[in-house]
Design a protein around this ligand. Structure first.
Ligand SMILES: Nc1ncnc2c1ncn2[C@@H]1O[C@H](COP(=O)(O)OP(=O)(O)OP(=O)(O)O)[C@@H](O)[C@H]1O
Ligand SMILES: [Mg+2]
Length: 291
């Protein structure tokens, strides 16, 4: 199992959008995935179309991590049902069953304002381990994506403590690039003090406008600053992104060429994130037929 945090110092750069894009790619690839919505605003839970019943949200699980019983409290994303319906509508029922889509797993540890009590700058070592303790019960997943709030306070640091990798999201603009550099330094310091095995998985450039001279300049600046840590592909500004998120749909199940193109970019990004040297262990990409 790989635990990947999606973080940034700056707000609104696309952490939740990248988290959900990667989750969509993981669902399409048949990779059993859990999204942990650690942002008190719970945007990822909204976008993933969850309808909690009497499950505990992640804030309440963090309060008593040893008694959290993660498996009993995760909620399946509404996207799983869309994937089934889509598969049937496309006449893929048999193929889908054979390739494992009928048992595809995309669960959510649902966000809530309650997590806010941990978003303090002075969170102690014991509190930083709360998410790791909750995730000790995450035995059914190959991938855990943690959507972080836009700060380097307690919640983001708690996510880093529980993670193997941190992915940063940045828009190609001056303040965002500067914020990314500061966050990189914070990760290095955090590794030394708390998490020697944590590695920066890289930086996703989001909302890239291909015709913008400023974006072209900032992207080349990011390339020279961060080298191979700048992940490819970059994610372009997508005109219908808010509409897709508002409908609580996955990019892989939204009609039209632009969504199909964006879905392909997230497929490639997921592969590059999970297998930076280009080698996927045998059997990890299972389920191309869902698209
Ligand atoms: N590639 C994109 N193309 C178009 N719109 C985008 C793109 N990425 C993000 N957005 C939009 O930008 C806004 C901010 O995105 P998002 O919520 O993912 O950022 P965030 O970093 O998670 O924000 P916060 O810091 O508040 O958690 C949203 O309205 C989202 O729909
Ligand atoms: Mg967000």
């Amino acid at each position: 199992m790989q635990v990947v945090s999606i973080s940034s110092l700056k707000g609104g750069v696309g952490k939740t959008s990248v988290t959900t894009g990667l989750a969509s790619a993981a669902l399409a690839a048949g990779i059993p995935t859990l999204v942990v919505d650690l942002d008190p605003h719970a945007d990822a839970s909204t976008a993933l179309g969850v309808s909690p019943d009497d499950q505990l949200d992640i804030g309440r699980m963090l309060r008593s991590p040893r008694r959290a019983h993660l498996a009993d409290n995760v909620v399946p994303s509404g996207w799983v049902e869309h994937a089934r319906i889509n598969g049937r509508a496309n006449g893929n029922a048999n193929r889908t069953r054979q390739s494992g889509a009928a048992t595809s797993v995309l669960d959510v540890a649902v966000g809530s304002a309650y997590t806010g009590i941990y978003d303090r700058p002075d969170l102690g070592r014991r509190d930083l381990r709360r998410l790791s303790t909750v995730l000790a019960g995450a035995t059914n997943y190959e991938l855990v994506l943690v959507d972080c709030p836009p700060s380097l306070n307690g919640l983001t640091r708690m996510a880093w403590s529980a993670s193997d990798k941190v992915t940063l999201v940045a828009e190609p603009g001056l303040f965002s690039v500067a914020g990314t550099e500061r966050t990189m330094r914070a990760i290095q310091l955090f590794r030394q003090e708390f998490a020697p095995n944590l590695s920066p998985a890289g930086i996703v450039a989001n909302r890239v406008r291909s015709g913008s001279a400023e974006h072209t300049f900032r992207l080349s600046e990011m390339e020279s600053m961060f080298g191979q840590l700048l992940l490819s592909p970059h994610i372009p500004e997508q005109a219908n992104w808010q509409q897709i998120q508002g409908a609580a749909h996955s990019i892989h199940h939204w009609p039209g060429d632009s969504a199909k193109n964006a879905a392909g970019l997230f497929d490639a990004l997921l592969q590059n994130l999970l297998h930076p040297n280009g080698v996927a262990p045998a059997g990890t990409v299972r389920n191309r037929s869902l698209r």
